[in-house]
Structures are given as C-alpha cells and as structure tokens.
Design a protein. Structure first.
Length: 319
C-alpha cells in the first residue's frame, strides 16, 4: 500500500482504536478516525480526518468508508450491552467494506475459546458457553464467512487482556493503573500467582496495522505478540517498582464475586470470564511470529509509558 491509501479506524476514541490511529500516524498513513463520541486521545496530524458516526447505520457506513483501503474494526461496547450492541456493529462494518472494497481488520479478544487447558492457539475450536464468548464467536464467524464468500477481504487479530495509554475499561486499566495513580486500593479477581498473558495496546495496534498491510494475513486469525507471560503478581510487582509505590491489594474469590454480582451488572458479567484469572492463561503467538516477526515491547517499557499516561490523565482530570 502507498501513502495515499486511506485507513479508516472505527472506535478511534477507545483504547485500541486510538492506539491504531497513533500507529498509522507514525507510519505516515492517511487516517479517517471515526467515533460515535468526540475524539480527544488521538494524535491529530495533518493526515487525520476526524468523523463522528454510527457504525450500526448502514447508510452512514457507506459514506464513512468511501475511498478506504483498510477498515480497522476497534469498536466495543460496555459488557452488559454486548449481546445487543455488537452484532449490528459487525453488520455495519461488513456493509461498509462491501460498499468501499476495503479490507477489514478486526481487533478481537479470546473469549470465544472458553476455558482452555494449555497454551491458547489459533486453531482451537470455539468452546465458550457464556453469552459474551458466544457473541464473540458469532461476530468472528460472520466476518470470516463474508470473506470466504468473496464479499469482502478480512482478517482477525486477537490479543489477551490489554493495557496502555487510554486503556480504561480493562482489568489493567482503571482497576489497576488508574486506581494506583489515585492512591486507591486495587480490587482484583482470581489467583495472582498463576501465569497470565497481558498485551501492551501499542503492540496490539502495531500488529493490526501489519495485518492490514500484508495480503498473507487475509482470511486468517492471528494472535498478536505479547511480551513474555509472567504471573499477575509478577506483573503487578513490575508496576509497583516503576511507580515507586505499593498500594493495598484486595482479591475477590469466586464466592465473593457471586455475591457482589447480585448488586453489580458489571461484576455479573466478569464472573463469566473469571476462569481466565483462576488458572494459567497463556497465549501462543507463534503463528504470527513465523510470518510477520515479533515486535512486543518489554514489560518494563510498556508499564513506564502506561503509568506516565495515567498520571497525566489524572492530573488533567483534576484541573
């Protein structure tokens, strides 16, 4: 692709979408940054066009995606709204791709696999039984069927729980980094002494952009490279060393999560995927690495950037 190609980023105000915009800007690509709400967190260079729009609106999507070479689907919704909100978004994305002839790169997670024993590889079947995992499987299958039918070109990049600048709605977002800079207790779930893969959002973004650029990515599912998998406690220790502070920690047992879920819709939703934090959760990205190489950021560097962003964000919010 050349520098005149247009890259449309859907969900550009979110953690992943804004990281994809920053990566595209760094690579001097033309970008159309699209969000339902106002966009504040993207680096607005001359090559970035900002558009507000609703990706569930098929007629809007035809206009939003006009002239695009690649569409990055990074849009999400609050956990309790997934079953209702996410399918119309995928319908809109596919319609935009059909209208424009653009390739779709979908930023996905790992819920569709359900509970896995051993490393999580791309060839695993969809075995989720909860509604969030089932809807994620539905979305990915719908996109791949459209690709296989020749309606569009598409590829899927998946990553584990991610963290980084502007990543708020994640286990390592407001629950850890934001609470840390605000001097609050960190409320976690599961066992801290089991291995768990965490993905730096800038690595996720770079991986998605690579998939958008490379034809051999088409029609395939890829796990984006992450830095080495360590335990959650080891990851937290790295954060505390970098932050030069050790906050109070509190972990909710499965029984406590059940109880709290009676009062909180969000905690009820988290219960479905709590298995990720009760047993080893190790993502295998060797398929991606064999084809595209590895570009994962060391944990210390990623954590340093993340703490810096959250401190700046906290300071701005306080003024």
């Amino acid at each position: 692709m050349n520098s005149s190609d247009l890259h449309v980023v859907l969900g550009a105000s979110g953690g992943l979408g804004s990281a994809v915009v920053r990566e595209l800007v760094k690579q001097e690509k033309r970008v159309r940054a699209v969000s339902r709400s106002a966009i504040k967190e993207v680096n607005l260079g001359n090559q970035v066009e900002v558009v507000q729009g609703d990706i569930t609106n098929v007629s809007q999507m035809s206009k939003i995606c006009q002239g695009a070479s690649v569409i990055y689907h990074c849009t999400n919704a609050p956990y309790p709204e997934w079953v209702k909100a996410l399918p119309p978004m995928m319908t809109g994305v596919i319609s935009g791709a059909v209208a424009s002839g653009a390739k779709v790169v979908y930023g996905d997670n790992l819920y569709m696999y359900g509970q896995v024993t051993g490393p999580i590889t791309t060839d695993l079947p969809d075995r989720a039984t909860g509604h969030k995992g089932l809807v994620r499987a539905q979305l990915a299958n719908e996109l791949m069927k459209a690709h296989q039918a020749g309606k569009i070109r598409a590829t899927i990049g998946r990553a584990s729980d991610f963290f980084g600048p502007n990543v708020l709605n994640s286990m390592m977002g407001e629950v850890v980094f934001q609470a840390l800079v605000e001097g609050k207790t960190l409320n976690l779930i599961g066992k801290l002494d089991v291995p768990h893969t965490y993905t730096f959002v800038e690595d996720f973004a770079k991986g998605l952009v690579t998939l958008g650029e490379r034809a051999e990515a088409d029609g395939e599912i890829w796990h984006i490279p992450s830095a080495e998998t360590i335990t959650t406690q080891q990851f937290l220790d790295l954060i505390f060393v970098e932050a030069q502070q050790t906050p109070k920690l509190r972990t909710a047992s499965p029984m406590m999560l059940n109880l709290l879920g009676l009062f909180s819709p969000m905690l009820r939703e988290i219960k479905e995927i709590s298995y990720e934090f009760e047993q080893p959760f190790v993502v295998d990205h060797r398929k991606y690495e064999r084809v595209f190489g590895s570009h994962s950021t060391p944990h210390r560097e990623a954590i340093r950037k993340t703490i810096s962003w959250f401190r700046d964000h906290h300071a701005q919010s306080a003024t």
